[in-house]
Every structure is written in structure tokens, then in C-alpha cells.
Ligand binder design. Structure first.
Ligand SMILES: Nc1ncnc2c1ncn2[C@@H]1O[C@H](COP(=O)(O)OP(=O)(O)OP(=O)(O)O)[C@@H](O)[C@H]1O
Length: 255
């Protein structure tokens, strides 16, 4: 592992009792990347993210975050990591600000000014006094990001951050991810079942299908596939990989 690898997933396998799960997933996310983990619903994205953040254990393989094994040295591994897995949870009857105040109790050394700073960064500065119950879904998701960046993490792991958002919410989320990557220097590992969305924010994409990582491509490489849309390129790769199995992926790409 070189010094710039922030997330190193090494041969991770997890089989649930129903035999589903993920098999031998290996990937690395380097400092400064926005790595998109793409695949249809049920492909295994959430499972990998839960293992990568120590929420569940792999049957085989291991995950290093900043060089620390998340299963063995959880606190060291997670020190510089912010996480939002599944829907952002917040107390609806409290304001956005109050919710962050509660989240900030996990980091006693954090200056209170960081709460306002995080709210400004996600574009909720003007709404911080409103009850979260009155927020749109997009605003709730952005509050989730504000909570995840409170402690100034260097890596953000986000599972389907745009899931369920309307177009406006999706655009805001994309812009937020781009600006956090560019201006705050945050590295991202995020998942989505929408390829079009990944295309606009990610520097590299890994495709997961039926629990396996079947392709990895940087956006620069994809740009060289001239005369062919990204979508048809992927469908073709998946067909080649899985016989007629490209069908499901093609469906997963559309809203
Ligand atoms: N706790 C569990 N017990 C049994 N099977 C599970 C469990 N969690 C996930 N699975 C199965 O494992 C496979 C991978 O699920 P996972 O949630 O990781 O996929 P995903 O790519 O994140 O999809 P989604 O976007 O729908 O969450 C699916 O077939 C799912 O049904």
C-alpha cells in the first residue's frame, strides 16, 4: 500500500445466511479521488460499505482505513472518516443546528464554530433554526453530510447519497460533493445505482454486480471510449462478463 491510499479493501467476502452477499471485493481509493461504487439494487454496495466502516464483519478479507484495520483498530481506522450509510437520521422535532449540537458531543474538542461552518458548507446556514421535520429530503440528506463532516474527516463514505431525491436535490448533492472534494480536499467513496449521476461527480468508478467487482475504470479512460456512450460501454462489458446478464444493470441505470 502506498502512502496515499486512504481506503484499501482486500479480498472482502461476506455471505449472509440466505447465501447472498459479496465475494472477494478488492479495491483501493487514493487520496483526492471521488470513487463511485456503482451497481443495481442488491448488488452488494451497502454490504461493502458496512464492512468498510466496521458496522459488520467480513467472513474473509480485511479493510484498511489510513493503514489501520477497521476490524482490529476501529478507532484509529475511523478517526479521519465521516460516514452516511442508508438514510440520514435526525430528530425531526429539533432544529438542524440542535441536531448537529447533539452530534458534536461525540467530539468534545471540536470548537462550537464548526457547527455553523458545517451548516454553511452544506448550504443550510439560512435554515439552521428550522425544525428538521420541515426540511425537504434533500435538506435532510445535506444535514446528514454536515454531521458527517463535523470532525473534518479526510474521507467521506456515503451510501446512495442521492437516493430518493428529486432532480433539484440531486443537483445540489452533486455540487456539494464536488465542492467538498475540491475546496475541503475530502476524498470520497460513494455508491449509487445511477450511472449518469456517477459520471458527473466521480473520478473513478467500480462496478459491482451480483456481489462481485467486475470492472473498474477511471473517468479519463472512459472519455477515450469515443463514439460510444458510457452506458452502452458498461452494458457491453457486463454482457461480456456475465453472458446475457447485462439486462439488470441496464435497468439499474435508469430512474
Ligand atoms: N442482513 C442481510 N441478510 C440477508 N441478506 C442480506 C442482508 N443484507 C443484504 N442482503 C442481501 O445481500 C445482497 C447485497 O445487498 P446490499 O444491500 O449490499 O446491496 P446494495 O448494492 O447496497 O443494494 P441496495 O442499493 O438495494 O441497498 C442482496 O441480495 C441483499 O438482499
Amino acid at each position: 500500500m502506498n502512502g496515499d491510499t486512504v481506503l484499501d479493501i482486500q479480498g472482502v467476502t461476506k455471505t449472509y445466511r440466505n447465501k447472498r452477499g459479496v465475494e472477494n471485493i478488492a479495491l483501493r481509493v487514493e487520496k483526492g479521488e471521488v470513487y463511485g461504487f456503482f451497481g443495481p439494487n442488491g448488488a452488494g454496495k451497502t454490504t461493502v460499505m458496512k464492512i468498510a466502516t466496521g458496522l459488520i464483519r467480513a467472513d474473509r478479507g480485511r479493510v484498511l482505513l489510513f493503514g489501520h484495520d477497521v476490524a482490529e483498530r476501529y478507532e484509529d481506522a475511523m478517526r479521519q472518516v465521516g460516514v452516511m450509510i442508508e438514510r440520514a437520521e435526525a430528530f425531526e422535532y429539533m432544529s438542524g443546528y440542535r441536531n448537529l449540537e447533539l452530534a458534536a458531543r461525540l467530539y468534545p474538542e471540536l470548537p462550537r464554530s464548526r457547527i455553523d461552518e458545517a451548516l454553511e458548507l452544506v448550504g443550510l446556514g439560512a435554515n439552521k433554526k428550522e425544525k428538521v421535520g420541515h426540511y425537504s429530503l434533500g435538506m435532510k440528506q445535506r444535514l446528514g453530510i454536515a454531521s458527517a463532516i463535523l470532525s473534518k474527516p479526510k474521507l467521506l463514505i456515503l451510501d446512495e447519497p442521492t437516493n430518493g431525491l428529486d432532480i433539484e436535490g440531486m443537483i445540489e448533492m452533486r455540487e456539494l460533493i464536488r465542492s467538498l472534494a475540491r475546496e475541503e480536499g475530502i476524498t470520497f467513496f460513494l455508491s449509487s445505482h445511477l450511472l449518469s449521476e456517477m459520471e458527473t461527480v466521480c473520478s473513478r468508478i467500480g462496478i459491482v454486480h451480483n456481489g462481485k467487482l467486475i470492472q473498474e475504470r477511471s473517468m479519463a479512460e472512459l472519455g477515450e471510449q469515443s463514439g460510444q456512450s458510457l452506458e452502452s460501454y458498461f452494458v457491453e462489458r457486463i454482457r461480456a462478463e456475465r453472458g446475457a446478464g447485462g439486462h439488470e444493470i441496464a435497468q439499474g441505470m435508469h430512474h
